[in-house]
Design a protein around this ligand. Structure first.
Ligand SMILES: O=C[C@H](O)COP(=O)(O)O
Ligand SMILES: CC(=O)C(=O)O
Length: 217
């Protein structure tokens, strides 16, 4: 499946997606609720720890208000499992055609990671119109994105930048007409999760939303 328009619109409303990993699956629900309490209603839970799949199951079951994205989907089997668990969408750091096809067959809205025109063309050939731009800042940031995206503008490609984003540069990315949402790991500090500092995470999420609102005034 390509990335359905209604999900793109949902991401566009959220604007900011909080990326994180958890070492302890029991942290996922309170962490997700802490983000929601601060005004962030979209996540990218990365599959980089043994606890990740249980964490995903818990969030999908217990926090239906959250828009649940899953990151670091590196195999076709994982794409199928993520869909079966009930995630809203998936992403990956790279453009693996086997993973894109598996996501399409499973019905998981999926944005592969791209950082070059060749990777972008491979994604386009597979029917993708929404891609993750990763690693955004290290690749050259907004000037690079503009330059890379120019030849494909008529195809209506939309980009989801992650990698080196933070409160200082998020709004500049969101001003780009082909960027419905951005994300990053800077919002959820690992030590806050490890120390179960949910109030700290709510406060950080609220700061990010406040800054976004101020930047848009
Ligand atoms: O997809 C998740 C990436 O790790 C985000 O990059 P970041 O850690 O630089 O925000
Ligand atoms: C980095 C990234 O894009 C991911 O883990 O999905």
């Amino acid at each position: 499946m390509a990335f359905p328009e209604e999900l793109l619109q949902r991401l566009k409303q959220s604007r900011v997606v909080a990326g994180f990993s958890v070492e302890n699956a029991e942290h996922a629900v309170p962490l997700t609720r802490a983000l929601l309490a601060g005004g962030i209603d979209a996540i990218e839970l990365t599959l980089r720890t043994p606890a990740a799949m249980d964490a995903l199951k818990a969030v999908c079951a217990d926090v239906p208000e959250m828009f649940v994205g899953v990151g670091t989907i590196l195999s076709p089997e994982t794409a199928e499992e993520v869909k079966a668990v009930g995630a809203d969408f998936g992403v990956a750091p790279g453009m693996n055609p086997r993973v894109v096809r598996a996501a399409q067959q499973a019905g998981l809205p999926f944005a592969p990671g791209i950082a070059t025109p060749s990777e972008l063309e491979a994604a386009i050939e597979l029917g993708c119109r929404f891609v993750k731009f990763f690693p955004a800042e290290a690749s050259g940031g907004i000037p690079y994105l503009r330059s890379m995206a120019a030849p494909y503008k008529h195809l209506g490609i939309q980009y989801f930048p992650l990698g080196g984003l933070d409160a200082e540069n998020m709004s500049a990315y969101l001003c780009e007409p082909n960027v419905p949402a951005i994300g990053g790991s800077w919002i959820v500090k690992k030590e806050w999760v490890d120390n179960e500092n949910w109030a700290g995470i709510t406060a950080r999420a609220a700061e990010v939303i406040k800054r976004l609102t101020k930047d848009n005034q």
